[in-house]
Design a protein around this ligand. Structure first.
Ligand SMILES: [Ca+2]
Length: 446
């Protein structure tokens, strides 16, 4: 009874998640058998938010993808335990990794190239689909109608990063990074979302004129612990511009929420330099994560592998295109770790786990991997980085189990979220479409 879903034809695929398919909407949680032994965790908190469980059959849908042959023997019943204060979620399926002590839950499927996620303080979750849609998950359900449809360029460009204002509860401002049609320009815009969270007002360009190309468009945006907006830009296929202090390509930028340059940026007031530049000599950075001490570690794509993670310091030069991998010498700043000539990481997102929700991984750095080329792993790489910012251990997680992983982030519930990118033109177009996944601890009853 399995039939393919084509996420590019959204009406069929997305109607799976419409509100009107949830009889009565979210309500008191009622356990739905069967549960695998031990799959229901002991409660670390006294109360639980309702978790909507909607068996596929009751919706007239095909079987959840996790019941396919590929996941046989590893599928467990949906996790019924959501701590107080967590996001409302709807677990479609769950896959256990006893050797890691975690489970990976599928929260949404039938999507197309989910590039980034952004978490609102009221429990709403926004995400971008690269073809140009801003989508909303409310009460654990992907809403069928996009919040925004944006005309965007193609290739590696499109609708990429999204971030919500640190004062979102007051100003409802959201920020988006996208490639204009024709792939000549990337820009960061600000929109104000409507009071219902389902619509957006007109765009205000806060950083325009970022060079674009069919490849190397950067695109990750995130607010740092200092309240400034950080923006990764690729070299837009013109490598020498990464060394230019007047070009916005091949950089990490740091701006105020209105797009202006903070006065404490490293090149502020310096002639012949763009004051919005925070660091330079990057090739195609797409991951930004801050640890509990406030250090920023960014991941970027190298040429012919040589992908890197770098400790970002203001004003530092990370070498591209002169140096990469093992070849960094002063004045270039060497990476914390790189892929060398091993199969590529293709690292498109990253985060530190700063919560204690997955205790065995607290403080680790996680990098999502698209995997590209022979022998490359598609999944997530975990780095143990010590207090001196030395990488002590690396481990590949979930190798090829979910296809190309585009982003990894920590949700407000303290768990890790992943998004997949199998519909970006370079992945296996698996029938379940692209997915939003959550990593939670695997807890046992004994
Ligand atoms: Ca470098």
């Amino acid at each position: 009874m399995t039939s393919a879903i084509d996420p590019t034809t959204s009406s069929v695929a997305l109607s799976r998640f419409s509100d009107d398919q949830v009889p009565g909407g979210p309500g008191p949680y009622l356990p739905t058998p069967p549960y695998a032994p031990g799959s229901v965790a002991s409660a670390p908190a006294p109360k639980w938010l309702p978790v909507m469980q909607r068996p596929a059959a009751s919706l007239g849908l095909q079987e959840p993808p996790s019941r396919s042959v590929r996941d046989s023997n590893q599928t467990i019943a949906a996790d019924a335990t959501t701590p107080q204060g967590a996001l409302p979620i709807n677990v479609q399926s769950s896959r256990a990794y006893p050797e890691l002590g975690v489970s990976v839950q599928t929260l949404a499927s039938g999507l197309n190239t989910v590039w980034s996620m952004a978490y609102a303080p009221n429990g709403d979750v926004y995400f971008t689909e690269r073809p140009g849609r801003v989508r909303l998950i409310r009460d654990g359900v992907v809403q069928p109608e996009p919040v925004m449809n944006i005309q965007v360029g193609g290739g590696e460009g499109g609708l990429l990063g999204m971030a919500l204002d640190p004062n979102f509860a007051q100003n409802r401002n959201a920020y988006l990074y996208y490639t204009l049609p024709g792939n000549r320009e990337n820009r960061v815009v600000r929109v104000t979302l409507g009071a219902d969270g389902r619509t957006a007002g007109p765009e205000t360009v806060i950083v325009g004129g970022i060079p674009a190309s069919s490849n190397h468009n950067g695109g990750r945006i995130a607010f740092g612990p200092d309240g400034k907006l950080y923006i990764t830009t690729g070299d837009a296929a013109r490598a020498q511009n990464s060394q230019s202090l007047t070009a916005l390509s091949g950089k990490i930028l740091r701006v105020n929420p209105d797009g202006t340059a903070p006065s404490d940026n490293p090149f502020a007031g310096q002639p012949d330099a763009d004051a919005r530049i925070w660091s330079y000599g990057h090739r195609n950075p797409q991951g930004l994560g801050w640890n509990e001490r406030g250090d920023l570690v960014a991941s970027e794509f190298g040429a012919s592998s040589n992908d890197e993670i770098n400790l970002i310091r203001p004003g530092a030069n990370y070498g591209w295109p002169t140096a990469e991998g093992d070849n960094h010498r002063p004045p270039f700043t060497a990476p914390l770790a790189h892929a060398g000539r091993n199969p590529s990481w293709a690292p498109s997102g990253s985060t530190f786990l700063t919560s204690d929700r997955i205790p065995q991984w607290r403080g680790n750095y996680f990098m999502s991997m698209l995997g590209f080329g022979a022998g490359a792993a598609r999944g997530v790489q975990r780095f143990e980085i010590d207090e001196n910012n030395v990488v002590r251990r690396q481990q590949v997680l979930f190798r090829d189990d979910f296809g190309r992983v585009r982003s990894v982030s920590q949700g407000p519930d303290g768990y890790l979220y992943m998004t997949t990118s199998n519909y970006d033109g370079r992945g296996p177009r698996i029938p379940e479409g692209d997915r939003i996944l959550r990593i939670v601890p695997l807890e046992r009853s004994n």
